[in-house]
Design a binder for this molecule. Structure first.
Ligand SMILES: [Zn+2]
Length: 283
């Protein structure tokens, strides 16, 4: 089973995770820029964070045979913090980098006017830089959040086939299915979407434009739930080809629209990044 996790925050994960993911078939990941759990106090910390998403983290992933790409954005939550908003002026510089395959994650957290402005502005950036957009949907008040999300997407003029609307569930999937956008589902260990529920959704809505991710981060999450979903699909009678479409070909097609996906194998990956290895300073 080859797996592409289209949404995972590896910065928050350990090398054990990379090892277990590689053993489970995860060969590629996309790491969206997001909120780190504690408010940032200045724009400069975003510079270091974005640099690590396109520098150190792809290097670290490569040590385990995993291809790593990133999406960059001002995340929905910090769009509300005036200290962070100048990040929007930094983004064009990063959206030109090779390892960046989309603008994201953007969208709504609490649906404030500040989030409206950051969301619309960053969709415009996606259009201007000819990149796809990864759109987070709120965890609270989900249906209203998705409706409003889709209205902003439609207004932006971005081609729906270049938008991935993420964190969907049984209720919100219906709102997105006929818009032409891609549909993302984050599989969590306890709450929200689970592998059996995901299998039911794939039975109902088919495998086209459907993406499954672990959204693993610093909270309770599990980077192997992509694999668990593939196995649940097989047990439910889906074919290996169906699993390959959902767990590999769909994310490749979506992010491939950036023209920047590099999935060549990692044999011979560099042993150091800027002179540093994952061995903490040497053998
Ligand atoms: Zn996320």
């Amino acid at each position: 089973m080859r797996i592409f996790d289209p949404h995972i925050h590896m910065t928050s994960r350990t090398t054990d995770d990379y090892e277990r993911m590689a053993a489970a078939g995860v060969r590629a990941v996309v790491e969206p820029a997001f909120w780190l759990g504690q408010p940032r106090t200045s724009v400069d910390t975003f510079v270091d964070y974005f640099d690590s998403l396109i520098g150190w983290e792809p290097f670290r992933a490569g040590q385990f045979g995993v291809r790593h790409h990133a999406t960059v954005a001002l995340n929905p939550k910090e769009a509300n913090d005036p200290r962070c908003r100048p990040v929007l002026d930094l983004l064009p510089r990063y959206l030109d980098k090779d390892g960046v395959v989309a603008v994201g994650e953007i969208g709504y957290d609490s649906m404030t006017p500040a989030e409206d402005a950051a969301f619309a502005g960053q969709l415009a950036l996606a259009v201007a830089h000819d990149l796809p957009a990864l759109v987070h949907t709120p965890h609270r008040d989900k249906a209203r959040g998705v409706e409003r999300t889709l209205a902003v997407v439609a207004e932006s003029g971005i081609e729906p086939g270049r938008v991935l609307v993420d964190h969907l569930n049984e209720v919100t999937v219906k709102l997105v299915r006929d818009t032409g956008c891609w549909l993302g589902f984050s599989i969590y260990p306890e709450t929200k979407m689970s592998p059996p529920r995901m299998v039911e959704l794939l039975r109902t809505y088919g495998t086209e434009r459907m993406l499954v991710n672990s959204a693993a981060d610093w909270g309770r999450s599990d980077p192997l739930l992509t694999r668990a979903t593939g196995e649940a699909m097989l047990l439910a009678g889906f074919t290996e080809d169906d699993v390959d479409q959902v767990l590999w070909r769909n994310p490749v097609e979506f992010y491939g629209q950036s023209g920047r996906l590099d999935l060549t194998d990692l044999e011979g990956a560099a042993a150091t990044f800027a002179g540093n290895s994952i061995l903490r300073g040497g053998e």
